[in-house]
Design a protein around this ligand. Structure first.
Ligand code: COA
Length: 145
């Protein structure tokens, strides 16, 4: 069976939160993920054989301004193009919604993620000192569409 990208459904919440928890040091709580969905954020999951392998949450924050809120792939399935497929789909959805720029923040120590975004043409904007709860720095990045 092939991997598919589809919209999030409520029944996916447990599994998405499981990936979120094992990926990030300051993971979103389940109710925040649910809330993002409820307020209409873009929310895509990558699924194969009924197993969710990764997801992305994004928003059209203000007019023509998209924002990648979160993207993660289960560590067992990384480096198999799943993150790229999710990000590509999110970028296309944002384009269709007339986004002219997409912004995001990433931990500056996460070189793999920074490479990942660079590959899609994201440029570094500025260093965000002490951006994360544990005191680590972030980098803001943007992609002009
Ligand atoms: C970032 C992440 C979503 C990428 O997803 P993925 O499915 O593993 O990535 P892909 O297989 O689509 O790889 C795309 C590009 O990312 C970079 N990349 C991915 N894995 C890498 C690795 N192990 N080492 C170096 N670069 C890597 C490369 O540029 C790669 O392009 P290439 O295959 O042409 O070299 C995934 O690594 C992840 O979940 N990381 C933890 C969470 C995170 O950091 N999220 C982003 C910050 S919010």
């Amino acid at each position: 069976m092939m991997m598919i990208v589809r919209e999030f459904r409520r029944m996916d919440l447990f599994r998405v939160h499981e990936i979120e928890k094992e990926t990030f040091t300051n993971p979103y709580e389940k109710n925040i993920i649910q809330w993002l969905y409820d307020i209409g954020a873009g929310f895509l999951v990558a699924e194969e054989k009924n197993l969710i392998l990764g997801y992305t949450i994004f928003s059209l924050k203000k007019e023509n301004h998209g924002h990648i809120i979160s993207i993660a792939v289960d560590k067992e399935f990384r480096n198999q193009n799943i993150g790229s497929t999710l990000l590509k789909t999110a970028i296309n959805v944002l384009k269709k919604n007339d986004a002219k720029i997409i912004c995001l923040e990433v931990e500056s120590s996460k070189q793999i993620a920074v490479n990942f975004y660079n590959k899609f043409g994201f440029k570094k904007n500025e260093v965000l000192e002490n951006y994360y709860g544990d005191g680590s720095d972030g980098i803001s990045m943007y992609l002009k569409l």
